[in-house]
Design a protein around this ligand. Sequence first.
Ligand SMILES: Nc1ncnc2c1ncn2[C@@H]1O[C@H](COP(=O)(O)OP(=O)(O)OP(=O)(O)O)[C@@H](O)[C@H]1O
Ligand SMILES: [Mg+2]
Length: 219
Amino acid sequence: MKSLLFVRNISKSFWLEDNIIEVLKDISLEIDTAEFVAIMGKSGSGKSTLLSILAGLDVPDSGSVMLDEVDLTLLSEDELALKRQTDISFVFQSFHLIPTLSVAENIGFPLKLNGSFSQQKVDELLEKVALSHRKNSFPHQLSGGEKQRTAIARALITQPKILFADEPTGNLDEKNASSIMQLLINLQSEFNTALVVVTHDEAIARQANRTIHIVDGEI
Ligand SMILES: Nc1ncnc2c1ncn2[C@@H]1O[C@H](COP(=O)(O)OP(=O)(O)OP(=O)(O)O)[C@@H](O)[C@H]1O
Ligand SMILES: [Mg+2]
């Protein structure tokens, strides 16, 4: 099977005062269509840095990230923004909802951006994440679990090829965390979306097709 995402020889360093820290050292990996991959590793091991580079939110010092024959590391900001409106989505630990928009407006926002808005699609996603009754609420009126369900619906409404999630349940209690994770897994298989999740939770990693461990910037 042909891989969806081809990552070759990624390196990334940061300057910390007078020292250079090598966070990612020559990382290569592949992710298949609709695959569910967990990324684990101790704090500071470079998980978020790697995820940001795979999603085109950050650029590596060297190496390539090929999504469908296109090298994300060579795209302009505008071209990357377009990719994020179509093929790539991201779910953050801290939700990143737009505070001035309602739940329904947050979910529909990516479609407004890419010019394919459909109220029916918004309503379908609202139903899938069990938030139809909260569609006119604003983010500050929601529980943590409801906020993350809104963010997941917003991430999937464009039917992306790949969804990245950086500790999506990190701000939730245990019960909410497991129901949010189950929702993500159910929707990724329904939408045929590849899912790459950074997590500290062994129970989540066990449900993945594959777990990638990062140790000292290497996998
Ligand atoms: N913009 C930056 N400038 C300087 N150093 C950075 C920057 N971003 C990350 N780092 C450093 O790179 C290393 C890896 O950070 P990263 O956030 O990728 O770790 P992580 O594995 O996601 O950790 P955690 O589990 O705590 O979220 C850390 O030492 C961090 O301080
Ligand atoms: Mg992190």
